[in-house]
Design a protein around this ligand. Structure first.
Ligand SMILES: N[C@@H](CCC(=O)N[C@@H](CS)C(=O)NCC(=O)O)C(=O)O
Length: 209
């Protein structure tokens, strides 16, 4: 049994979606980041960066924070959603790292400046919106003629998808990125994704283009 500490955000949903896809039993603990629950001393013991998500695997007592590390941990624990060796493994790793280093931080800034603080900094809105468009372009080119970012559906798709589910917040028209739109829609139809999206609570259906 795994304990999942999470909230209704893209980084949190990555892990609940992976747990659902892997059919691993888990208990969800809501950490309401709007109430600063991520700073509670007990939570800091497992997530010293005071951010969700984090897990504790009760099979071995191990705790893991940082969504990318958690996804790798779960893939290795089960032998699924990432090849064990060879080129395929590095295809997954590179797109997972692309998400962790680019998509997450940059689209997070778009949410901050464009969705929540519009008009406060035109410079920041332009800068991060331009970067968002560039990243969507990279993803669209990668998905040309492909169903997943690596060779098969993997933790890399699971890491990227919840960020794309905020395309409306990012003021992105998915019609301009037809490969992303096709990939996004296909993943949204997976029952495990629909279940994972609604953790730790149901705040509405998956946004559809
Ligand atoms: N790189 C981290 C980022 C985690 C992250 O930014 N989590 C946000 C929610 S999506 C959070 O907990 N924010 C709380 C805060 O900023 O205090 C990961 O991927 O796990």
């Amino acid at each position: 049994m795994i304990d999942l500490y999470t909230w209704t955000t893209p980084n949190g949903r990555k892990v609940s979606i992976a747990l659902e896809e892997l059919e691993l039993p888990y208990t969800t603990h809501a950490i309401d980041i709007s109430k600063d629950e991520q700073f509670a001393p007990d939570f800091l013991k497992i997530s010293p960066n005071n951010r969700i998500p984090a897990i504790v695997d009760n099979d071995n007592g191990l705790s893991v924070f940082e969504s990318g590390a958690i996804l790798i941990y779960l893939a290795e624990k089960t032998g699924k959603l990432m090849p064990k060796e060879g080129e395929g493994r590095y295809r997954v790793m590179e797109w997972l790292m692309w998400q962790m280093g680019g998509v997450g931080p940059m689209l997070g800034q778009v949410h901050h400046f464009v969705k929540y603080n519009k008009g406060k900094s035109v410079y920041a809105e332009d800068r991060y919106s331009k970067e968002a468009l560039r990243l969507y372009g990279v993803l669209d080119r990668r998905l040309e003629g492909r169903e997943s970012v690596a060779d098969e559906y993997s933790i890399a798709d699971i890491a990227i998808w919840p960020w794309i589910s905020r395309f409306e917040w990012q003021e992105i028209n998915l019609d301009k990125f037809p490969n992303v739109k096709r990939w996004y829609t296909a993943i949204a139809s997976r029952p495990a994704v629909q279940r994972g999206y609604k953790q730790p609570k149901d705040v509405g259906d998956i946004p559809m283009p």
